[in-house]
Design a protein around this ligand. Sequence first.
Ligand code: WQD
Length: 341
Amino acid sequence: MSDKVLVTGGTGYIGSHTVVELQEAGYEVIVVDDLSNSGPEVLENIRKITGIKPAFSRFNLSDQAKTESFFNRHHDIRAIIHFAASKAVGESVEMPLHYYRNNLVSMLNILECQLKYGIPHMVFSSSCTVYGQPERLPVTEATPRKDAESPYGNTKRVNEDILRDAIQAYPQLRGIALRYFNPIGAHPTALIGELPLGVPQNLVPFITQTAAGLRDELKVFGNDYDTPDGSAIRDYINVVDLAKAHVVAIERLLQGKNKAGFEIFNLGTGQGSSVLEIVSAFEKVTGLQLNYRIVERRPGDIEKIWADTTLANQELGWKAEKGLEETLLSAWNWEKRIREL
Ligand code: WQD
């Protein structure tokens, strides 16, 4: 009988890739998602990849009654990977109360049910956004967090603290916060990938939609940063590598290998790439000429960040393996498939 893992937000971008890796590692997966930012076809595409369609329950985890009812029916869940959250930085500035309610109340509802039903383990989807613009690079897990640049980023920081304090108070709980840098790319089958609703906020889906002719041009937000080519630097990590790290984190908890009740790991490649380097790499690997224009900086953007991945490498025995070009090509293959190009 394989361990049953709940993946909240499991029809989303990182969630769906993590469901695939969990199933391929032999876990039984159940997905909860409100489908506010993804479609049910993702479940069928997961089945096409793994041969197993995950069990699925559609509701919003900020609804306490529905969350309680769900866990009452699923006592046998052994661990939870919690992705479900509203995640658009700009939107969170316009709708802070929605973001605080959705992202924080969901976390509280899940933790209360974990205590009630004896589900000890949670892996929480956090973000490098908690570091703001670090004073020193690369960023380690000991790098001080900064005031968030957005309500979205603040919900990540506060949820880390909620998880930490719950574990402190209730020793039967165990948790790992995974701080993602910039997830990009798609599954090699091109059956699952990043499908932003509306105009993409993130760089790589905007690039692939521009290349697909859905957008006239890519706007490069600033080339006057203190970086080699003037454009901002991020640590772009392949989404499949990221998903595999979640399986390792779950195994760490289920096998009791965690060295503290609450642990934090940076998930990046350790390599920074500028926006213009991403554009060049995309053009090189696809043979396409991308239409882009340098414009002014985007408010709230930081200048540069990339991870020190030593802790995840040493403690989790995990490191990112897929290179930038392979990853960008996977994003393009996904875009071509969904646009039937
Ligand atoms: C990357 C770089 C932009 C779009 C955010 C969140 C983070 C996580 C990932 C959710 C920046 C530049 C972008 C465009 C551009 N989100 N850019 N033109 O802002 O680093 O991180 O998304 O978990 O928490 O903070 O990612 O992809 O938006 O931007 O020039 O059309 O690309 O200025 O330098 P970001 P991004």
